[in-house]
Design a protein around this ligand. Sequence first.
Ligand code: DSN
Length: 491
Amino acid sequence: MSRLKNYLTSKPENEQHSAAIAYLAALDHIEKTSPSVSASIIQELRDERSHLKLIASENFSSLAVQLAMGNLLTDKYAEGYPRHRFYAGCDNVDAVEEAAAQELIQLFGCDHAYVQPHSGADANLVALWAILLHKIQNPEIEKLGKKTLDELTPEEYESVRQLLVNQKMMGMSLNSGGHLTHGYRHNISSKMLRSVAYDVDPKTELLDYAALAKQVQLEKPTILMAGYSAHPRRLNFAKMREIADSVGAVLLVDMAHFAGLVAGQVFQGEFNPIPYAHVVTSTTHKTLRGPRGGFVLCQQEYSEAINKGCPVVLGGPLPHVMAAKAVAFKEANRPEFKTYARQIVDNAQFLADCFLQEGVRLVTGGTENHLMILDLSKFGLTGRQAETALREAYVTVNRNAIPNDIQGPWYTSGIRLGTPALTTLGMGKEEMKEIASIIFSVLSNTKAGVVQKTGQPSKASIITDSAIMDQARSRVKNLLSRFPLYPEIEI
Ligand code: DSN
């Protein structure tokens, strides 16, 4: 019997569970064409139900968000932007895109929102190029006495291109918790621009605004980027703007990790980037709890350049994902999202305190946001070993470098933990205490394995205590049994 028929036969009184019905019907239908894909979706649901998700950049989106993605809007090309398309028949995509943008404008109080980027990396590329076009390319075209790029001779075009790729950007180094797209050598951002990184203070591991101000005076970047993917503190955007203004730089903030904390008004005043940054980028799927994707917000001055995301960086948008973004942003505009955002940070701070009480060192000594980085030196493990041991104990985390990490970015000396997903499940302080205790017990009872050829301690393999692992798995199972994920989907 199909999953849907089985559900309706066994629970006719549950017919009102429209999300479950839609989900089960979709799985039945997918299975007819690709049993392996439907099986992977079901297995992922089982995995997520049986493991504690502590990956700081992940969450659990609502079923309304997920169902909004599965529709015929995926079939539509809509290059351009609302009311300015290169294809006929885009009225419904216009409506969806405008709805998503309007929800964002209401949520963040920004001048303009662009919801087409497929990811945070795309959003950053769109933003970087829009800034370059507005600040460098357009004035240069005017200087040459021309109106558009198309009027330039090949030689003039080449001189403009050289000017563009010679601009300088500054972003927080990967080593300090910055993101690949903020000027990392192995990322396109450092190849299309001259990139100079700034670091956190080596002692406090905090951003030293006075040192940054000096470095910015010296480097005079065109773009100053702020934001991170592995830094557990708020940033002061009023100070960042002052520093950017001191050399006429554009302030670009990537708030991907903490967008939900801005939306939920936990980060307010100088810690809210919207009033201070010229341009703000984000993903949609982290603390903001939407579908996987990105967006750009900007002050009016940059709106025209940002709307040129296609053709500058992007091709056609993903209208079905923009539909899901509109649903998610509506959810974030509800009053209860503020309670959720506050609880994310309360949970993170409580979890961090539990580790500190056990004598575990945390990068910067604690957290002010949704994440923390544990320094594993107390346990004599690399991040890779800790990540593996915890996954075996049904706890999902990711290894992460700590500032000036001697193990490098592959093995690392740290793990990053975040509370957005478990807070969505409804967990609070009591559960954070239990989670800290499970993690501490697993890491304390895991040892580094040995490299067989050399007899030296391995950076990857581990020796675990099977009784401790059994106990940890059973504690995780007990915890998760009280906080079921998508309980309406009975699989
Ligand atoms: N990969 C994301 C993270 O885990 O932080 C950032 O893009």
